[in-house]
Design a protein around this ligand. Sequence first.
Ligand SMILES: C[S@@+](CC[C@H](N)C(=O)[O-])C[C@H]1O[C@@H](n2cnc3c(N)ncnc32)[C@H](O)[C@@H]1O
Length: 249
Amino acid sequence: MFVWRPEMIRFMRDASEYTDYHAQLASQISAYLPENAQLCDAGCGLGYLSLALCRMARSVTAVDVSAEAIAVLQTNIQRDGIRNIQAVPADMHTYLPEAPFNAMVFSFFGDTAEALSIAKRCCDGVVILIKRNYHHHRYSVGNYLLERFSFAQSCDELTSAGIPFQTAEFALENGQPFHSLQDAVTFFRIYSRDAEPEEITASWVRGKLQDDPSGEFAYYLPSVKQIGLIALHTQDIPTTLLQSISHSL
Ligand SMILES: C[S@@+](CC[C@H](N)C(=O)[O-])C[C@H]1O[C@@H](n2cnc3c(N)ncnc32)[C@H](O)[C@@H]1O
């Protein structure tokens, strides 16, 4: 299970406030949103995508099972005086809105079956899946193939289930700033899939970094993230599929 450790929150906050990744991602998503979207950001994490999407929607309900993650979003909502985001600490597998949303976003949340099952219960409208469109782990010394949760896998699953969908593929700058080389080493050791991450050296990490061009941080890890977007409609999710999904979950 995904757990937001304090250093992970700090790294994600720094990255989210440094690049325009979430603004760009929200802009891609907005092309698929209905007018006056009453949107749910399922598994919103720290909520930076919700903060960008609330400018393009009537309301955003940002849900995450992590109370720590939701607390970061609450702080930012208050800081920015935002009135149309509701931050909800809840488990999406049991969460039930008072009225169905007309749009839901699942950004790097779960697999296709989970998203479809949750969307069918909570939404009467558009479902947008944001998926990884690359196959090698970005923060490991070794070459680790990522097999699950990919854009290609979701497209294959939807095609074989006979569910119509639209796609978009794009790349966004999603780099990571660091206050020190030691911070960067800590980052790689947390996120690496290597068997012995504590053996990742400062000199190997330094080779991946640039001096921070903004001057705000010491270093910057440039990274372009390849993303696949999938848009479908809840009315096209067959109930029979959900019965088979509920057995496999
Ligand atoms: C990989 S992160 C993605 C966060 C964010 N959507 C993004 O794109 O950066 C997955 C998020 O899903 C949350 N999560 C995992 N299982 C969940 C569940 N059953 N209900 C709600 N949130 C969940 C985790 O706490 C985490 O914040």
